[in-house]
Design a protein around this ligand. Structure first.
Ligand code: C2E
Ligand code: MG
Ligand code: MG
Length: 768
């Protein structure tokens, strides 16, 4: 049998008691008895294992013992057999048997790796033919890479194997480079093998004229590189890689270069603080965060930076992905801004104002901390909007808001409540004097001319203020109080300011009562016309009369038109009143001598309905008055509103022969342009200039200019409100055409008018 026996082993001492000669030969020991430790290490280990396992299992056990001799691996089977015996201790019978097959270790290792390995012997080329290489040994992996079985390649020349040809060229090149001292540390080889691109990294070691060549398939690495490039370099999302320890930029993609506006070398040389001025230089840990970044041009960016740890070339690094949220943040900010601000002027809107005023009132009431609410209404704003268009109106509002804002403290609030209405909340303890002073400044600031596309726009402002908690203890009442104060200012004339006063409430009620009374008034009984003579300075004769309406209220007595006409205009009753005035005036004048004219005032509101021409026509027809004896007095406000339609209406009047005069001339807008656009029959110089001509050089200059202007355009001028002889003399010197005023007569009733007519007919009262 093949089994070689050896003796027993006494467990405690580990002795081989007896051993056969073949075992001794196999185990390389001398005559037994001999200690187990005398066995070579590999054999001792196998024998010990076999004995231990046989004892545990209480049956024979087989182990293997391997040894290497001359690169060949030999295997020996070791079998341990437990013996039962009457002697004390344990005894085993051990057999050993060498296996016949041996394994070539080198080949085993070489063929089991995925790395291609070749041993080559270089052959010198003859003449111009290049060097070649003979394959001495090749492993399976290398054979696979070169596309031929290993057996076919052995002892062949590289040039004879088509795929290996390029390896020969590569080695050749390496040789030449080495000769010139420029050998590359690693060589790369790429070729096509049956339609597949093979990428190899080639390592070469030279010993004793032989070349040991290793081939590493780097296709997977290449693929990973390509994938990385498409994920990083070509990613539309900006990214960069930073060294974790130094914070230095290691890599950056094209999207990031585009976002930040640098070229690659410049970016890689940056410090993070160039991108993020208030950043810590250290690299942030993984996670996401908001940051403010800066581009090469200095533009600010709001970004979200997503960072995670990666390893690049064996270095710990971070990969940051940048999402630019600048636009989004701006949009959010804009939306929140718009929710609280007036989009046109940028000041607070009504919502903000309501909130703030509620809060302010609550604080004021709780802490008795007073604050002032000032309402601002622009005078004549509508006129600007109507004549010059909305763009001009907008520009005016923007400028106005700005001027108000500049006068306020940071704690104050300015809001646009709509149209041409602004509100200001003055916080903190302010005295009434302070509020008054500020109101004056606001009026002054707003009244400064505004430039718009070469035009000089002038508007004014009326202001009203109420103080919490003195005037009101809730927002609604406070607003009402300020509104009443504003109303008072508006009525009193442009550019005024009023604090709320408790009487205003009573006044408002009073006004409502007056309105009710006017509504229910029987015009034929309560309204009457008074007539003021108009005198020609040239002829010294009577030109005619201006009709001025009066309201004889049964309870109040005479109410001035200055009081009820604005009320009638606001409430729409002006149409009915105007119609009554026209009919009455025409009827009266029809009875007067044919050369006398009758001037009738018409307000801008009467023009709005567009039926004014019809009303005039009816009044003329009903009275039988020669149309050329009727003169309609309009103010510039008629021309300001809806110019086109109103001009057409005036033209219709003119077409039927009615004259049109421009009343209160000099108090309004760019009067010149209107004079060019419509052929007025008369200009009436406002009485505020006449009043001052004796004392104010400016008023005199204005009067002189208006008369001169009229003369140039062939329009007659009438001076209103002449009260003194001195004024009359000056007007004569200036060659004013006509005059009207208390100096001659106040407005008188129809009987008084007839008396005046008579006196002029008699020739007594002629102006010298
Ligand atoms: P107006 O058209 O400018 O009328 C002239 C005003 O000056 C009249 O006041 C007249 O009484 C006053 N007056 C005349 N001479 C003198 C003077 O020497 N000194 C002073 N201080 N005042 C003088 P009145 O009648 O109170 O009318 C005020 C305004 O009411 C008028 O101004 C006119 O705009 C308007 N009005 C009067 N009647 C009518 C009407 O029937 N229809 C319309 N729409 N408005 C009217
Ligand atoms: Mg008038
Ligand atoms: Mg007038």
């Amino acid at each position: 049998m093949n089994w070689q026996w050896c003796g027993w082993r006494k467990a405690a001492r580990g002795f081989i008691l007896r051993a056969g000669s073949r075992f001794r030969g196999l185990a390389d020991i001398a005559e037994a008895p001999v200690s187990l430790s005398a066995l070579p290490f590999a054999v001792r280990r196998a024998v010990n294992d076999a004995i231990d396992l046989a004892r545990l299992a209480a049956r024979p056990y087989l182990t293997l013992c391997r040894s290497i001799i001359d690169g060949m691996v030999s295997t020996m089977e070791v079998l341990a057999l437990p013996l039962s015996c009457r002697w004390p201790g344990e005894y085993f019978l051990v057999f050993a048997r060498p296996r016949k097959s041996q394994v070539d270790l080198a080949r085993l290792l070489i063929n089991s790796t995925d790395e291609g390995i070749l041993a080559l012997s270089p052959l010198e080329g003859v003449g111009a033919s290049p060097r070649d290489y003979q394959v001495l040994s090749i492993n399976n992996a290398a054979a696979r890479m070169l596309g031929a079985p290993a057996e076919d390649m052995r002892f062949r020349l590289l040039s004879e194997v088509s795929a290996a040809e390029c390896l020969a060229r590569l080695l050749d090149r390496r040789n030449r480079d080495r000769a010139q001292g420029a050998a590359a540390p690693s060589l790369e080889l790429e070729y096509d093998l049956a339609g597949e691109v093979i990428s190899l990294q080639v390592g070469v070691v030279e010993t004793d004229g032989l070349l040991a060549v290793t081939l590493t398939d780097v296709r997977e690495i290449r693929n990973r590189e390509v994938l990385f490039r498409s994920l990083f370099d070509d990613n539309p999302v900006p990214m960069y890689v930073r060294h974790i320890a130094t914070g230095a930029f290691l890599n950056v993609n094209a999207a990031a270069l585009h976002l930040y506006g640098y070229d690659r070398p410049a970016f890689l040389a940056l410090d993070i603080r160039n991108l993020e001025p208030n950043s810590a230089a250290r690299v942030g840990s993984s996670g996401e965060r908001f940051a403010h970044h800066r581009t090469a041009s200095g533009a600010e960016l709001d970004v979200i930076e997503y960072t995670r740890a990666i390893t690049v070339g064996g270095q710990a690094a971070t990969l940051s992905t940048i999402v630019d949220v600048t636009e989004r943040k701006r949009a959010e900010e804009r939306i929140s801004f718009l929710a609280h601000h007036d989009p046109l002027t940028g000041v607070g809107n009504r919502t903000t104002f309501s909130q703030e005023i509620e809060e302010a009132v609550a604080t004021a009431v709780a802490g008795h901390q007073p604050f002032a609410l000032v309402l601002i209404d622009l005078d004549d704003f509508k006129a600007v909007n109507d004549t010059l268009g909305h763009a001009a109106g907008d520009s005016l509002l923007i400028e106005t808001a700005d001027r108000i804002r500049r006068l306020l403290r940071r704690t104050d609030l300015v809001a646009r409540l709509g149209g041409d209405e602004f509100a200001v909340l003055l916080r903190g303890a302010l005295s009434r004097d302070d509020v008054q002073l500020l109101a004056g400044r606001i009026i002054q600031a707003i009244s400064q001319p505004h430039g718009y596309e070469g035009h000089k726009l002038s508007i004014g402002a009326s202001l009203g203020a109420a103080i919490a908690p003195v005037d009101a203890r809730d927002a609604g009442t406070l607003l009402k109080c300020a509104d009443l104060a504003l109303y008072r200012s508006k009525r009193e004339g442009k550019g005024t300011f009023h604090f709320f006063e408790p009487e205003m409430d009573a006044e408002m009620r009073e006004r409502r009562e007056l309105e009710l009374e006017l509504r229910s008034a029987d015009f034929d009984r309560e309204l009457e016309l008074h007539y003021q003579p108009i005198i020609s300075l040239r002829s010294g004769g009577l030109r005619g009369f201006e009709a001025l309406v009066r309201w004889r209220n049964p309870r109040r007595g005479m109410v001035s038109p200055a009081e009820f006409i604005p009320l009638a205009e606001e409430t729409g009753m002006i149409d009915a009143i105007g119609r009554w005035v026209l009919e009455e005036a025409c009827r009266r004048a029809a009875c007067w001598p044919q050369d006398l004219i009758i001037a009738v005032n018409a307000s801008a509101v009467q023009f709005r309905q567009g039926r004014f021409a019809e009303t005039v026509g009816k009044a003329i027809a009903a009275s039988g008055l020669d149309p050329s004896r009727l003169e309609i007095e309009i103010t510039e406000s008629v021309l300001l509103a809806d110019t086109g339609a109103n001009l057409a209406l005036l033209q219709r009047l003119k077409d039927v022969g009615v004259r049109v005069a421009l009343d209160d001339f000099g108090t309004g807008y760019s009067s010149m342009s209107y004079l060019r656009r419509f052929p007025f029959s008369r200009l009436k110089i406002d009485r505020s200039f006449i009043r001052d001509i004796g004392s104010s050089r400016e008023s005199m200059a204005i009067v002189r200019a208006i008369i001169g202007l009229g003369a140039n355009l062939g329009i007659d001028t009438t001076a209103e409100g002449v009260e003194t002889g001195a004024q009359l003399e000056l007007l004569k010197q200036e060659r004013c055409g006509e005059i009207q005023g208390f100096l001659f007569s106040p407005p008188v009733d129809s009987v008084g008018a007839l008396r005046i007519i008579d006196s002029y007919r008699g020739g007594e009262s002629k102006v010298a």
